[in-house]
Design a protein around this ligand. Structure first.
Ligand code: ADP
Length: 259
């Protein structure tokens, strides 16, 4: 096949642009966007200059997660200027470009054109840009991975069998694009009942860790299914920005991605 394509020049402004780390999942609803937002915030807390591109052109949720809903990016010299979220993450999302609720019955080519604008932006001194990929492993994702050649990828899965089969497909997507997988995160692993304190495993337990081992990937950590994560996320106050046990979990994962 063709040799490795150069990354678009915008990412090499001034000689060394940010490195891109993609976050992918085999299917929707496993918490990929939630993890990406919190990973970005956690990387910032570790002292990294972080950016985030919400490439989920069909259902952009990063403006909600990071408290920038309704904002519009400026542009300079025909390129977008990322929006500063309240949590120290510079970001661009399709949600900043289209009216909420009007996303998006776009076809592949239009979606990837719009996506290019988000990536080829004025990232300035940003060191690392997390790419929240659309869920799944179709043409849109393949094009994104091949065009922008992330330096690494994180895969998110629930412990459930079906989600794991899909996660393997995501692994294949990155292997095809020769993108090294940094590791796998298990989300929605274990549930603490807020009433009785009992712990249960609605989606099973340990499946993602086993799958990671089998595929030869690092296992980066496990985030429980928790009301606090869901409520904080919906409120645009990422748990990784707080002081509770949730923050510690995200920071531990971020530390492995930062290395
Ligand atoms: P995806 O990007 O994979 O489609 P999202 O990040 O949008 O998934 O998450 C789907 C829903 O699940 C959201 O309502 C989110 O708040 C919730 N969610 C994600 N992770 C957790 C978690 N660990 N505990 C509780 N709710 C979660």
């Amino acid at each position: 096949g063709p040799g490795p394509a150069a990354r678009p020049s915008a990412l090499r402004d001034g000689g060394s642009g940010p490195i891109i780390v993609a976050v992918g999942s085999g299917k929707g609803g496993v918490g990929k966007s939630t993890l990406t937002a919190n990973l970005a915030v956690a990387l910032g807390r570790l002292g990294r200059k972080v950016g985030l591109v919400d490439a989920d052109v069909y259902g952009p949720s990063q403006p909600t997660l990071l408290g920038t809903l309704g904002q519009r990016p400026e542009s300079e010299a025909e390129k977008l200027v990322p929006i500063e979220s309240p949590y120290g993450v510079k970001m661009l999302s399709m949600g900043h470009l289209v009216e909420p609720g009007r996303a998006l019955a776009w076809r592949g080519p239009m979606a990837s054109g719009a996506f290019g604008q988000l990536v080829d932006a004025h990232w300035g001194d940003t060191e690392i840009v997390l790419l929240d990929l659309p869920p799944g492993t179709g043409d849109v994702q393949i094009t994104m991975v091949q065009k922008y050649r992330p330096a690494g990828a994180v895969i998110v899965s629930t412990p459930q069998d079906l989600a794991l089969i899909d996660a393997r497909r995501a692994a294949e997507l990155f292997a095809q694009g020769k993108v090294p997988v940094i590791g796998l995160v298990e989300n929605m692993a274990g549930y603490i009942c807020p009433h009785c304190g009992g712990e249960s495993d609605p989606f099973g337990r340990g499946g993602a860790e086993a799958a990671a081992a089998e595929a030869g990937f690092a296992f980066l950590g496990r985030i429980p299914l928790s009301l606090s994560v869901r409520e904080a996320s919906d409120a645009g106050t990422p748990p990784a920005a707080g002081e509770g046990p949730d923050a510690a979990l995200f920071i531990a994962i971020a530390r492995q991605v930062a290395d």
